[in-house]
Write a protein that binds this ligand. Structure first.
Ligand code: GLN
Length: 301
């Protein structure tokens, strides 16, 4: 009798250490590659603790409501929702951006766009820069921070994404410097009086082809906005339309700097050849060696 009584009875209590183990197991079973690391990040977020506290505080007994919140977040990740939507943020150009399912999660290779804009526009210049398909606003905000004298205009078709973008601009104290325009590509810029005035049009438009979209990983296909990803049957439809519209707005010598998908450069060069007002300037490859950025200039003549 005594021996049986001395066996610890389960009180239903769960410690943080036990929850970490549970989270790692569930995430790994769900096919998440960095299950160890993501478990810590998700629990740190759930309990509003720095990650190192999650590691050192493993004996802490969790309340039922803490457990419910944390298990809810783990279940979302097991369902392959992107970690960034669960945590609510993504770093881009050294700045933290709010992200929600209304916007594409900023990718590291998109930082190349910011790099090539700042390469063309010196820090003192009062340049006019338009970011088309701004999404989370990451490009517009990073440029406004790096080029304090530039006028920045950011456009997007999606009203909800512009709300996220504005909050990001406020977070990084550049909201006053950016004009937000809701509309399709450059179609709603008419009232801004920018004809022939724009120094750089920068854009990460949707550029996945309909067929490729079906092959994307579940995080992207099931959760990121399709409208921010799919460009059309070819994938380059929006690049083509953007180039057609750009002529009216670019200053002579101004540039369009666009992100592209691997294998799209050739088709885009073909499109450029049909447009006598512009010339191909440069193709930039990303760190993975893939075609990633095309720079097109308006000829000066
Ligand atoms: N680079 C993104 C991806 O591979 C696509 C971004 C876009 O369509 N603009 O998921």
């Amino acid at each position: 009798m005594d021996a049986v009584a001395s066996i610890p009875q389960s009180t239903g209590e769960v410690t943080l250490g036990e929850l970490i183990a549970e989270a790692r197991r569930l995430l790994a079973q769900g096919g998440i590659e960095s299950a160890e690391q993501e478990a810590l990040w998700i629990l740190a977020h759930a309990f509003r603790l720095p990650t190192h506290h999650v590691i050192t505080d493993q004996d802490r007994v969790l309340s039922p409501s803490e457990l419910a919140v944390a298990r809810g977040l783990i279940a979302r990740r097991v369902g392959r929702e992107p970690l960034q939507y669960i945590l609510g943020t993504q770093e881009f150009c050294g700045l933290e951006f709010e992200v929600s399912p209304a916007v594409l999660i900023p990718r590291p290779e998109t930082e190349l766009l910011v790099e090539y804009v700042t390469q063309r526009i010196s820090a003192e210049r009062r340049a006019t820069i338009v970011d088309v398909c701004t999404g989370s606003g990451c490009i517009a905000v990073a440029i406004a921070r790096l080029r304090p004298h530039a006028r920045v205009i950011a456009t997007d078709l999606s009203g909800p994404s512009l709300h996220v973008a504005r909050r990001n601009a406020t977070r990084h104290r550049v909201d006053e410097r950016i004009t937000w325009v809701e509309g399709d590509l450059l179609g709603s810029l008419a009232e801004q009086g920018l004809e022939g005035q724009v120094d750089v049009i920068v854009s990460n438009p949707p550029y996945i082809s309909e067929a490729d979209w079906a092959t994307l990983q579940p995080e992207v296909k099931l959760f990121e906005p399709r409208v921010a990803l799919v460009g059309g049957a070819q994938g380059t439809e929006l690049h083509e339309r953007l180039l057609q519209e750009a002529f009216h707005y670019l200053a002579p010598g101004g540039a369009v700097i666009m992100e592209i998908g691997a294998g799209q450069a050739r088709g885009i060069r073909g499109i450029i050849e049909q447009m006598p007002w512009c010339k191909f300037h440069r193709l930039v490859y990303d760190e993975a060696g893939l075609e990633r950025v095309v720079i097109v200039e308006r000829v000066r003549a």
